[in-house]
Design a protein around this ligand. Structure first.
Ligand code: ADP
Ligand code: MG
Length: 331
């Protein structure tokens, strides 16, 4: 579709290590449309962060990246460093799991937001940028934002720091927010509060969001579409309803079976047996095969291709045609 904000086409990311190439993202293609919330879900180590970092060109030096990434039609992988820096933190902003690593401990939170604003638009006065910082802290629910703006990151609690991180990310009205496990480091109650802030902010600013998380339960009420990632590949992509109620992929089904009480649907919890494979020497055929209760002979020889199973719905499984999910079908 031509109205996409971000188009990722056949993105591959590999790390050259002494032991060989770690293939961390394989044949990743997807789009994000303006104002849309796309969740990227999968167990730890499946390549979610690597994908996000590569498309922002924040990957380390030993990385081999191929494919095509377009933001509003502009070629992100081949533009100059200078052009890329102008997009980062401005049109595309990131929120990380641990704000302590993204914030500078020696500057006050307010000063850091001021800096974020002025680095992209030096015509804004320090005074105006400070006023805007306070407004932003207020918007994300930091109490007494005027006083809090003068405090340092270590004076904030984990939840408040994550709110400040969100304030910093939205300071330049990004068109796309990439939130990588934004609540993983927080306890459950605070997690819910920060998710709510993120959604209020997203609705208010109208920005699109790529929400990365290992927690499928977290995205039920918070995303328009979901893509499920396993061992460096996209396994299934669909709307929230397609993924939660009409999944056609054994890995998604296993993930759904391993989370508690989605949308009031109570069922016994079944953790997925085994562990994700090494991305250095992945198994032949489908990488999920060793853990999959639907696997047959063909799964050990052929990497399944993406099968379109409905409008906006795709699954990567040799048995997609036979699979009809029973999860969520109740009346
Ligand atoms: N700099 C690196 N060098 C080698 N391997 C890496 C590097 N960064 C990440 N990886 C590997 O890439 C895979 C995907 O990592 P990542 O994207 O961080 O997973 P997650 O889905 O948990 O975000 C993992 O197997 C990880 O070990
Ligand atoms: Mg990650």
């Amino acid at each position: 579709m031509s109205d996409a904000l971000l188009t990722v086409d056949h993105l591959n990311v590999g790390f050259a290590t002494k032991a060989g190439v770690v293939q961390a993202a394989t044949d990743i293609s997807f789009e994000i449309h303006p104002g849309e919330v796309l969740a990227v879900v999968g167990e730890s180590g499946s390549g979610k962060s690597v994908t996000a970092l590569a498309l922002m060109r924040l990957h380390p030096g030993n990385t081999i990246v191929t494919g095509d990434v377009r933001f509003e039609g502009r070629d992100l992988l081949n533009m100059s460093d200078r052009d890329m820096r102008a997009i980062r933190g401005n049109d595309i902003a990131m929120i990380f799991q641990d704000p302590m690593t993204a914030m500078n401990p020696v500057f006050s939170v307010g000063d850091q937001i001021v800096e974020t604003i002025r680095v992209h638009d030096s015509s804004v006065s320090k005074q105006d940028a400070w006023t805007k910082s306070v407004d932003l802290l207020k918007l994300v629910g930091v109490p007494e934002p005027k006083q809090r703006a003068s405090q340092y990151p270590h004076e904030y609690s984990g939840g408040m720091r994550q709110r400040a991180m969100i304030a910093m990310a939205i300071a330049n009205d990004p068109k796309l927010l990439i939130a990588d496990e934004p609540t993983t480091a927080l306890d459950v109650t605070v997690q819910a509060q920060v998710m709510e802030v993120l959604h209020e902010v997203q609705a208010e600013t109208g920005s699109a969001m790529m929400l990365i998380t290992h927690d499928l339960g977290l995205v039920a009420g918070s995303a328009d579409r979901v893509q499920v990632m396993y061992a460096s590949r996209l396994m299934e992509t669909g709307t929230i309803d397609q993924i939660f109620y009409e999944s056609r992929n054994p890995y998604t089904m296993a993930l759904l079976d391993s989370i508690p009480d989605v949308d009031g649907l109570k069922h016994e919890l079944h953790p997925i047996p085994g562990n994700p494979p090494s991305l250095l020497n992945p198994p032949s055929g489908c990488a999920f095969r060793p853990r999959c209760s639907f696997a047959t002979d063909v799964c050990s020889t052929e990497v399944p291709s993406r099968v379109k199973v409905g409008d906006q719905h795709e699954s990567r499984c040799a048995r997609t045609d036979e699979l009809q999910t029973s999860v969520g079908v109740s009346s």
